[in-house]
Design a protein around this ligand. Sequence first.
Ligand code: NAD
Length: 240
Amino acid sequence: MIRVGVVGAGGRMGSTVCRLVLAEKDLKLTAAVERRDHPDLGRQVGDCPLVSNLHESLGLVDVLVDFALAADIPDRARAAAVTGKAYVCGVTGLSDEAMEEVRRASAKIAVVYAANFSVGVSVLNRLATYAAGLLGPGYDIEIVEAHHRQKRDAPSGTAKNLAESLGRTGPGKQVPVHSIRAGDVVGDHTVVLAGPGERLELTHRATSREVFAYGTLRAIRFVAAAKPGFYSLSDVLAVR
Ligand code: NAD
């Protein structure tokens, strides 16, 4: 049985992960953590109350899952490393320093970081870089992404990753990203490859947050058994 703690448990992603963890036989939700002034503190999430004390919660878990705010990531990554708890982080919009702290933690603990936990986006990444290689340097590559109006960061972490991989394997220059923040869009990403007289568009649409949460469950099982190190979703998916 893997004991799981979720930070940001009252949020959109955190609550979805909690709900899915509660339905799994080999996972047990043992901590649900929120910010100190969250209105629902004390409310039951499965068998555990929503609490704000991260350090007490760390004592109850094997894996800490983080879907809270980017600003506090260095503190949480350090706390997980000090207590030797595996860490799954899906928060986007991390500064370079925050990402560095997460990497530093991975010297002591197993860490999975993914800006997007959907298997489909992982496949989109591979298809798009393959297409860019086939089409060659005469084709322009741009990315269009859309998310709900509450999303804090733009461009999305997923679009940044796509742009980075395409810049490396495609035109060797920065791939422009166009961001739309509107309504309740869960997450759309389109890679446009346009050349003389034609345009190829590869689109991924997340229609439910559960897709990210299912990927997170796979990351939890992976990280619980992994040696210290920094792992991506590709590492997780390589284990079937
Ligand atoms: P949200 O605003 O709904 O949830 C964030 C929650 O974190 C809130 O409930 C907030 O109160 C809580 N929080 C803030 N500070 C905290 C603290 N110090 N301690 C504990 N809890 C704290 O946001 P969301 O839509 O759930 O997204 C959360 C993050 O996950 C964002 O960075 C988003 O981009 C990212 N995200 C990642 C994926 C993925 O697949 N990796 C998918 C969707 C969203």
